[in-house]
Write a protein that binds this ligand. Structure first.
Ligand code: DX5
Ligand code: ZN
Length: 228
């Protein structure tokens, strides 16, 4: 469990997703936001669990030295995530987030993530019920709610997910340890304040940061929207 994940409990953590950055300049993209973000979100897609291919452990290892202050939050959108945990931990992942739908033995996988020295998280797709992860909650430090169907950046937020955020927040607040609620997909300067108020405290922002001409200014605008 990472100390800074505990210290920041309840505070807004902005998690820029490098999926929308220039893949030829990933190191620079990661370095650019070090003073303005809280976590670097890394989207791993295998072409099986989601209909897109992105990056693997060598890229995580390559960007690690560029993230001098911020943890690397690795979102595994892969079939059979247990096959990859050791490789991503070895490459420098700080959090490892597995999809409940992709893993037959979630508690075993979450324990393996802890054993590898990483922070364990569990993710679910928009169409997956919260009840699917209920038994996992004592074993995670974060839950990732997909607020678009995973696979691509730049999609529109699914409005019915706001009620799901509220319901999950209630579930998490009943636990005897703090668990971050991360949302991922379709967040922008117009909806971030409402979603933060609904109970999301780790907020992934891809195209609303890296597809903008000035990613640092975009992060400042997003944070300011939540602090108003
Ligand atoms: C989508 C990925 C997201 C993506 C979000 O499957 O998990 O992290 O980068 O991108 P935006 O913020 O543009 O929706
Ligand atoms: Zn993601």
């Amino acid at each position: 469990m990472l100390a800074n994940y505990q210290e920041t409990q309840g505070k807004l953590m902005l998690c820029p997703s490098i999926l929308s950055a220039d893949f030829a300049k990933l190191g620079e993209a990661v370095a650019l936001v070090q003073e303005h973000a809280d976590v670097i979100h890394v989207d791993v897609m295998d072409g099986h669990y989601v209909p897109n291919l992105t990056l693997g452990p060598p890229i995580v290892g390559a960007i690690k030295p560029w993230s001098k202050k911020l943890p690397l939050d690795v979102h595994l959108m892969v079939a059979e995530p247990m096959q990859w945990l050791e490789a991503f931990a070895g490459a420098g992942a700080d959090t490892l987030v597995i999809h409940a739908e992709a893993c037959a033995h979630t508690l075993r996988a979450l324990q393996q993530i802890e054993d590898l020295g990483c922070t364990p998280g569990i993710a679910i797709n928009p169409g997956t019920s919260l009840s699917v992860i209920e038994e996992c909650l004592p074993y995670v430090d974060m839950v990732l709610l997909m607020t678009v169907n995973p696979g691509f950046g730049g999609q529109s937020y699914i409005p019915s997910m706001t009620d799901k955020i509220r319901r999950l927040r209630v579930m998490l607040d009943q636990l005897d340890h703090p668990v971050h609620l991360q949302i991922d997909g379709g967040v922008n300067e117009d909806n971030i304040a409402e979603l933060y108020a609904a109970g999301a405290d780790m907020i992934v922002v891809g195209s609303s940061v890296y597809a903008k001409p000035d990613p640092v200014a975009a992060l400042k605008t997003l944070r300011a929207a939540c602090e108003e």
